[in-house]
Design a protein around this ligand. Structure first.
Ligand code: SF4
Length: 382
């Protein structure tokens, strides 16, 4: 199996070079972190304000904050709910957009290799792993790609853009995984330079417990490094019941959270929309085991699929501390699934609004904290 040290860091580092070199903008915003694997993303901060800026492939049909010649630029406040950007935050984003507009012409041609030299699974070595996304907040992607392969996965187009930057051939989402075989060693070096904090292992670019974890144990080895270092608090989000194999390891942390994405109570619906993921009952059973083991637990009902909201709340509430609810965001790619399942009513805005309201009422009335933030990191804070 070929090993490749290539990443998309070089062209992206060049694109954002003035910001990365200075770590600060003229208006006093500092660069907290940047990443080239889930497309291109960076977080900037000033005082309590943290803004996540994401560059996606140019697509005039999709909403975004601004467009450049090559990219859709998305921007939103981070860790602070869904409030609109304040004027000074908008100015900070505009400065980044102008930087990208002025430098994107120097990116290498966005052409990909036509060869199929990169197979389904590549073992790669990386030079960095721990990505800062806020003060004392980090994330880790042990893998790139996910063979669970949900068709609606929002990661797919961004990850594909990173493959273009690496010059890799096109492969359908779910058909490739890069395994970061030296992740634990890199992480061991990095945590000497970073204060302890919350570390997310969630589907930013991969599911940390996708099937290959059984063979490679990259996620487990990273968790072992963090546990040995002391003070770190992992927050895991997965669709794979395999996380239960690491419960004892997770108990070594001062606080650790395990969450499951569970978009419906009905496993027949699950089979139509995410056939590669574990059955709903298995996920709930592992949530119960994690909760009984003293770990913090949560559920992410996303994307809301056809369901009985009150039944789902009944099934989950005894085993979770918090819940987050969200709609389907990748409708153009997911529509085929709704049509095949003859469930197009559930693809309408009215369905998401109605189901979201019922879920909120159902969970809150059962004493489950309804979390508005998108990372759920608050579950291990304090
Ligand atoms: S399990 Fe998560 S990361 Fe993997 S394909 Fe499905 S939504 Fe994407």
């Amino acid at each position: 199996m070929p090993r490749s040290p290539r990443t998309a860091d070089d062209p992206v580092e060049n694109l954002l070079a003035p910001l990365i070199r200075r770590r600060r903008t003229a208006a006093g915003w500092s660069l907290l972190g940047w990443d080239s694997e889930p497309g291109v993303q960076l977080t900037i901060a000033r005082g309590q304000s943290i803004i996540l800026i994401e560059l996606e492939p140019f697509d005039s049909t999709r909403d975004c904050y601004a467009r450049t010649r090559l990219f859709n630029v998305c921007a939103r406040r981070y860790f602070q709910g869904r409030a609109a950007l304040a004027p000074e935050e908008r100015r900070a984003v505009e400065a980044v957009v102008e930087l990208v507009r002025g430098r994107e012409g120097a990116l290498p041609p966005m052409e990909r290799s036509s060869s199929a030299r990169a197979g389904l699974v590549r073992e790669i070595e990386v030079s960095r792993l721990l990505i800062a996304e806020g003060a004392g907040h980090y994330y880790i992607n042990p893998y790139v790609g996910c063979t669970i392969g949900c068709e609606f996965c929002y990661v797919a187009p961004r990850a594909d853009m990173s493959r273009v930057l690496k010059g890799l051939p096109s492969l359908p989402w779910g058909r490739y995984v890069d395994v970061k075989v030296n992740a634990a060693e890199v992480l061991r070096r990095e945590i000497r330079r970073h204060p302890a904090g919350i570390v997310r292992l969630s589907p930013i670019l991969t599911d940390p417990y996708q099937p290959l974890e059984r063979r490679y144990r990259i996620t487990r080895r990273c968790l072992e490094v963090l546990a040995d270092a002391g003070g770190f608090k992992p927050v895991i989000l997965t669709r794979a019941s395999r996380v239960c194999e690491d419960i004892e390891l997770l108990r070594r942390f001062p606080a650790a959270a395990v969450g499951f994405s569970i978009p419906t109570d009905d496993d027949r619906v699950r089979q139509k929309f995410e056939p590669g993921a574990d059955p709903v009952e298995e996920r709930i059973s592992v949530l119960r085991r994690c909760h009984e083991a003293g770990l913090k637990t949560f559920a992410v009902v996303q994307p809301m699929l056809p369901m009985d909201p009150e039944r789902l709340a009944d099934l989950l509430a005894p085993h979770i501390d918090a819940v987050r609810v969200d709609r389907m965001h990748e409708m153009p790619r997911a529509r085929r699934l709704y049509e095949a399942a003859a469930m197009t009513d559930a693809a309408q805005d009215a369905f998401f609004e109605r189901t979201g309201r019922r879920l909120r009422r159902a969970f809150e009335s059962r004493g489950v904290r309804y979390d508005e933030l998108d990372d759920l990191a608050g579950i291990v804070e304090g």
